[in-house]
Design a binder for this molecule. Structure first.
Ligand code: 13P
Length: 253
């Protein structure tokens, strides 16, 4: 059985104090469970302190983005080497907000995925269609192309460890969730695409999250679906109580 992964993407929210308080409240109340990985992706400024304060607890850290080279004249960026040095295990790559507001292309996402693996970081690779693409019946084609491009140059052993987050853009921060059936259908198509690119073993090993207005009230139904192995959660991951509740559902259901 695939281990679930619930990751909170905090985006550009919380002060350092608020972040520390969240972690203090959550870290010792998480279940020690073989069933779920619990991850928080705070603003990168806080990663060093939070990795240290969560050492030995089940709460793991992830970055929200990174550059694809180890160092260079790239003002404002953080590198894979820097994240690896801090022992940050996860990094979100290709989030739709990065694609939309920071011009991140499929090619750039691919370079970052390659760079993440070269430093032992586990990428959470985001794919998803816009409302226009969905209404034009292009959902599957859109995510399949994003998956193909993201995994160029990645071997099957690496692909098995990758995480894909299916986040339909129209469901992010809007309160509109894909139905559990819709989420499962697209996650199933993504798994089939991995099967075509690699093999059945890789397809059944890779973990696929759903993201977009996930909250305590809908996570149980989403996780009950065959191809949904977890969630990438924005707004509902900012409150300790709702984060803990979602982890509890994932650990027990
Ligand atoms: P919301 O859960 O706030 O819709 O955000 C989803 C998201 O973008 C997570 O990466």
């Amino acid at each position: 059985m695939r281990k679930r992964i619930i990751a909170g993407n905090w985006k550009m929210y919380k002060t350092m104090d608020e972040a520390k308080n969240f972690v203090e409240e959550v870290k010792d109340r998480l279940p020690e469970s073989d069933r779920v990985d619990a991850v928080i992706c705070p603003p990168s400024l806080y990663l060093s302190a939070l990795v240290e304060s969560t050492e030995g607890t089940p709460l793991k850290m992830g970055a929200q983005t990174m550059h694809d080279v180890d160092e260079g004249a790239f003002t404002g960026e953080i590198s894979p080497k820097m994240l690896a040095e801090l022992n940050v295990p996860f990094v979100i790559l290709g989030h739709s907000e990065r694609r939309q507001y920071f011009n991140e292309t499929d090619e750039a996402v691919n370079r970052k995925v390659v760079a993440a693996f070269s430093k032992g970081l586990t990428p959470i690779i985001c794919v998803g269609e816009s409302l226009d693409e969905r209404e034009a019946g292009k959902t599957v084609e859109t995510v399949a192309v994003q998956v193909q491009k993201a995994f160029e140059g990645i071997n099957a052993e690496q692909a098995k460890d990758a995480i894909i987050a299916y986040e339909p853009i129209w469901a992010i921060g809007t309160g509109k969730t894909a139905t559990a059936q819709d989420a499962n259908d697209v996650c199933g198509e993504i798994r089939a695409e991995i099967g075509k690119l690699y093999d059945d073993e890789t397809a059944s090993a890779i973990r696929i999250q759903y993201g977009g207005s996930v909250k305590p009230g809908n996570i149980g139904e989403l996780l009950s679906m065959e191809h949904v192995d977890g969630a990438l959660v924005g707004g509902a991951s900012l409150e300790p109580a709702s984060f803990l509740e979602m982890i509890g559902v994932a650990a027990n259901d």
